[in-house]
Design a protein around this ligand. Structure first.
Ligand SMILES: [Zn+2]
Length: 354
């Protein structure tokens, strides 16, 4: 039920049977689901099949039908017995799994807190003190297990996670994701500049731990769980580190995620810190962090020049409306940004701020 690229991932969520089917699809199982199917091949409209079927053979979809007319024929063709034909009940339907394009796993305990601050103060007062605790692997295990189970239960079959700066607890998150059967990109966060007491790295530590993390996940030969290079944002990493991370992205052909233009104060601070750069996007572009595999979160205040660069590089923006509202960052002009970024990746949907 999955294929090798993000946009063709089909781990299905069934309204009250999520785990059954997700687990089965990870174990090369064969079955047919009969009932209502809801999906979309583009941003709109939705496609609704009132009573169709999906046949899965050894974990791969072999048939999607708008009716059940060929049910017997498909059962016979793939030797599927009635025991492996699941007919959905009243009110149930099947749909592709949700994809969360930006989520901070360690901030799960802070969900719903901190609405009294805007981004930069919120990071100092709420976020960094919490993330510091993830040097404790028992704490990390407890929270990461909870967030992965929660997102799966809500239908998120793919997530793009920020972890923390800690290599070991980032590995814990990757292990939990793999064990519970979610598809995910896992980012060990990089922070070597203007870091809070007890929560920072040297340039060399940050670079080396990131390379070790990439090597580790790649060695596990699990295409469901992949590393993603994760400089927190341009105010937490200096240009030297960002350039090194850009080199790693190229060397290992891995994805990149970071934040951009989330908050007016942040945008002003970036302009002050990088006077030689034309704008915020130019900072990342100079570090060669803008690639076809880059996801930039927020993008509330992107200028047309910046959107043009993102479009030229093939980079994507993750729209974060809940966070933008909760932290009073501003309202992102989704329509305008989408016109520029053909490769726009989409929404994060839940209530965990960043
Ligand atoms: Zn974020």
């Amino acid at each position: 039920m999955r294929r090798s690229t993000v946009c063709k991932t089909y781990l299905f969520y069934i309204s009250n049977l999520t785990y059954i089917f997700i687990v089965q699809t990870n174990y090369n199982t064969t079955f047919i689901i009969v009932g209502p199917i809801v999906h979309s091949e583009k941003i709109s409209p939705l496609t609704i099949i009132e009573n169709g079927l999906i046949a899965v053979v050894k974990g791969k979809i072999v048939a999607v039908e708008n009716t059940t007319a060929n049910l017997e024929k498909i059962k016979e063709q793939y030797s599927i017995t009635d025991d492996f034909v699941y007919t959905l009940g009243e009110g149930e339907f099947v749909m592709p799994g949700l994809v969360d394009t930006h989520i901070h796993a360690p901030q799960y305990p802070n969900a719903g807190l901190g609405y009294d601050k805007q981004l930069l103060d919120w990071l100092q007062i709420y976020t960094f003190p919490l993330e510091k605790k993830y040097s404790d692997l028992d704490f990390a295990t407890k929270v990461y297990e909870a967030i992965v189970k929660k997102t799966l239960a809500n239908g998120t079959t793919t997530a793009t996670y920020f972890a923390t700066i800690h290599l070991s607890s980032s590995e814990v998150l990757a292990d939990i994701v793999a064990r519970l059967g979610q598809r995910a990109f896992i980012g060990k966060v990089n922070m070597n500049y203007d870091t809070p007491e007890g929560y920072g790295e040297t340039t060399e530590e940050s670079y080396q731990n990131t390379e070790d993390f990439i090597k580790l996940l790649k060695s596990q030969d699990n295409d469901l769980v992949m590393p993603i290079i994760t400089p927190r944002f341009a105010l937490s990493c200096d240009m030297e580190l960002m350039k090194k991370l850009g080199d790693l992205a190229s060397q290992y052909d891995v994805h990149v995620q970071t934040h951009i233009s989330e908050n007016r104060g942040e945008v002003a601070a970036v302009a002050q810190l990088y006077p030689d750069c034309k704008n915020y996007a130019d900072v990342y572009d100079k570090a060669k962090l803008l690639t076809k595999k880059t996801v930039l979160a927020h993008g509330v205040y992107l200028l047309d020049d910046e959107l043009a660069v993102l479009a030229a590089r093939g980079s994507s923006v993750s729209h974060c409306p809940n966070s933008n509202t909760s932290l009073k960052s501003g309202l992102c002009d989704f329509q305008t940004d989408q016109c520029w970024c053909q490769s726009w990746v989409g929404y994060r949907y839940d209530g965990i701020c960043d």
